[in-house]
Design a protein around this ligand. Structure first.
Ligand SMILES: CC(C)(COP(=O)(O)OP(=O)(O)OC[C@H]1O[C@@H](n2cnc3c(N)ncnc32)[C@H](O)[C@@H]1OP(=O)(O)O)[C@@H](O)C(=O)NCCC(=O)NCCS
Length: 155
């Protein structure tokens, strides 16, 4: 299902970003020269479909993909304005790095970028972990949004 998030009422990302920086993890917008590396990593760690969406994020300027990096290695990513305008996602974190704040840092940073672009609300499309989005950004379910825009998608 799809979720709706208020972009004018987001949590402060500073504490989680500071915590990650202490562990040597940076969250930042991806650079164009990193496209192949990031897209290949998304394809290998997640799926071909998410790699396609990440490529679209890299085709925009500024690039609508944030990454988490530890010592030259990408360990998490989040895209927006990739599947549809106003959509957040896809996003993912390497299994060994989960439950440490990386996903939340990528999510809040991306949503703040969407707010800066002028959106008032974001849609998180085709969500898996609904409770995660409810917990971090107080997302609410959009009624009758399954399968939403993904109806009839080739796979
Ligand atoms: C969903 C995902 C991105 C979360 O990344 P993460 O780095 O583990 O998230 P965080 O550590 O920032 O989690 C923040 C909080 O949400 C909670 N949380 C994390 N994953 C959760 C889940 N699947 N369901 C419910 N709560 C979750 C954590 O317990 C944490 O709470 P805490 O701060 O009190 O400990 C990661 O689990 C992932 O890559 N999953 C596979 C891909 C996926 O499903 N992507 C989303 C598609 S819509």
């Amino acid at each position: 299902m799809d979720l709706l998030v208020k972009l004018y009422d987001l949590p402060d990302p500073a504490p989680v970003l500071k915590k990650l920086r202490k562990r040597g993890i940076d969250v930042r917008r991806a650079l164009a020269p990193e496209k192949n590396l990031v897209v290949d990593w998304v394809r290998g760690s997640f799926s071909k479909a998410w790699a396609c969406e990440t490529e679209v994020a890299f085709s925009r300027l500024p690039i609508t993909c944030f990454i988490a990096v530890d010592d030259g290695t990408v360990l998490g990513f989040a895209c927006y304005d990739a599947t549809c305008k106003n959509f957040f996602g896809p996003t993912g974190v390497e299994p060994d790095y989960r439950r440490g704040g990386v996903g939340a840092a990528l999510l809040i940073t991306s949503l703040l970028a969407m707010a800066a672009d002028g959106y008032a609300y974001a849609i998180i499309g085709g969500v898996g972990p609904v409770d995660y989005y409810k917990k971090i950004v107080d997302a609410i379910e959009i009624p009758r949004s399954t399968p939403g825009i993904y109806r009839g998608m080739l796979a």
